[in-house]
Design a protein around this ligand. Sequence first.
Ligand code: ATP
Ligand code: MG
Length: 228
Amino acid sequence: MRANSSAIGLAMGMSSGSIRRLGVLGGTFDPLHNGHLVAARAALEKFDLDMVLFVPAGRPWQKASYTHHEDRYLMTVLGAVGDERFAVSRLELDRSGPTYTADTMETLREWYGPDAALFFILGADALSGLDTWVGIERLAELAEIIAVSRPGVEFPERPDGATWPPVHPLEIPGVDISATEVRERVKSGLPVDDHVPVGVLRYIREHRLYVTDKEAWGAESSPPGRGR
Ligand code: ATP
Ligand code: MG
């Protein structure tokens, strides 16, 4: 599939030509929380990025069940709307079959051209799984990685012989929030006002997310495939 600009997430009037340094923050965003926003802002500032593109996963292969992708997409939009340097992409939601980060970065490389610098942003916890990612060698040719610190997580060493992309560790102000904690707090009736942006809070309330056991959208259900 050849992606068009709306799938890529060209928002806020930015044309592909004005992006020279792009950060990409992939995730399940179930839901987007303040930790994601702090990570994205720190990467923007320290690496002089023009934009951070949030890319919600269609079918997160690491998770047994997750909220419907349209809910996760909308919560990501609601959370990212507060910063004009943020945009959200449907790239992995509208693609059928498995989607890997390497494929996503390849599409973005085609869109932004050979001279754009592409950075994939992830948390220190996600870095330890890099060896299992499909197409990691291909990813190494397309992008560099910004690995942000996460409370309680050490930056793992690159294993000998691993073909990882260049990794830039970035210490950020620790935000001890995970989406798992947000879901558990909502389910227990605890407030999450300090955990998620207000738009996301309203969406969770209005759609009664996380209150009961989630429907499993994994396995054979409709959201498109995913596996880094
Ligand atoms: P879950 O608990 O469901 O796994 P999560 O909080 O880890 O959710 P994800 O959507 O899995 O959120 O994360 C997307 C990316 O953002 C990952 O690379 C993750 O490491 C990073 N990230 C998430 N929360 C933080 C945080 N508080 N500080 C730094 N990085 C974070
Ligand atoms: Mg996670």
